[in-house]
Design a protein around this ligand. Structure first.
Ligand code: GTP
Ligand code: MG
Length: 202
């Protein structure tokens, strides 16, 4: 059986890697056998960060360097990412879940369903409470919208409840989860959503 593949996209610095760092222990506690592929522009910075984190066997982290706008390798031609996924699956029999982190992009960023079965878009409170209203394709089309850095709302003058209401409204009620990836708030809910969407039986 091949591993389920999920994507995590969103603007630069929204907290995609932080979300993965928070999710890994929660998913591993639920005995999910997982690996991660990060996409950066011309470096392997996020992959190195995960390898050093002590959260996951470094052999279960691969970097794909996009060398161009991040969406090109998650949407237009995801071949590099597909091959990296196949490599990890071959090296780790029993792998159940592959998590792809897109390079930081803009609000138009979306994943090809040739690459992933299901995907998350991460925005953050400090990016501004008007982001949901701007109705970018990432916000609208993702399977799960994560609104991260909720701890910062009071410091950046954001009415979190209103931001979440607007996010749910523009998504016609499809799922939105608020998180603080640094402290772990909301992460169990994200893990529940991943499991319900692609792993079913935990
Ligand atoms: N206060 C707060 N800071 C956060 C949270 N999540 C991430 N950060 C911080 O935000 C910064 C960016 O987080 P990353 O996880 O590197 O963001 P990213 O989306 O992976 O960034 P790129 O891969 O460069 O696009 C880091 O300094 C994190 O520590 C959060 O929930 N609250
Ligand atoms: Mg990152």
């Amino acid at each position: 059986m091949s591993a389920a593949r999920i994507g995590i996209g969103g603007p630069v610095g929204a907290g995609k890697t932080a979300l993965i760092e928070a999710l890994i222990p929660v998913l591993r506690a639920r005995r999910v056998d997982l690996a991660v592929i990060t996409n950066d522009l011309v470096t392997a910075e996020d992959a190195e960060r995960l390898r050093r984190s002590g959260l996951i066997d470094p052999a279960r982290v691969m970097a794909v360097e996009a060398g161009a706008c991040p969406h090109t390798v998650i949407r237009e031609d995801p071949t590099l990412n597909m091959v990296a996924g196949d490599t990890l699956e071959a090296a780790h029999p029993g792998l159940e879940l592959l998590i792809y982190e897109s390079g930081g992009d803009n609000l138009a960023s979306t994943f090809s369903l040739d690459l992933v079965d299901w995907w998350i878009f991460v925005i953050d409170v400090a990016g501004g409470d008007d982001i949901p209203r701007k109705r970018g394709p990432g916000v609208l089309r993702c399977d799960l919208l994560v609104v991260n850095k909720v701890d910062l709302a009071p410091y950046v003058g954001v009415d979190l409840e209103q931001m979440l209401r607007e996010a749910i409204a523009v998504r016609d009620g499809r799922p939105v989860i608020a998180t603080d990836a640094r402290r772990g708030a909301g992460i169990e809910l994200v893990a529940d959503a991943v499991i319900a969407a692609v792993l079913f039986d935990r």
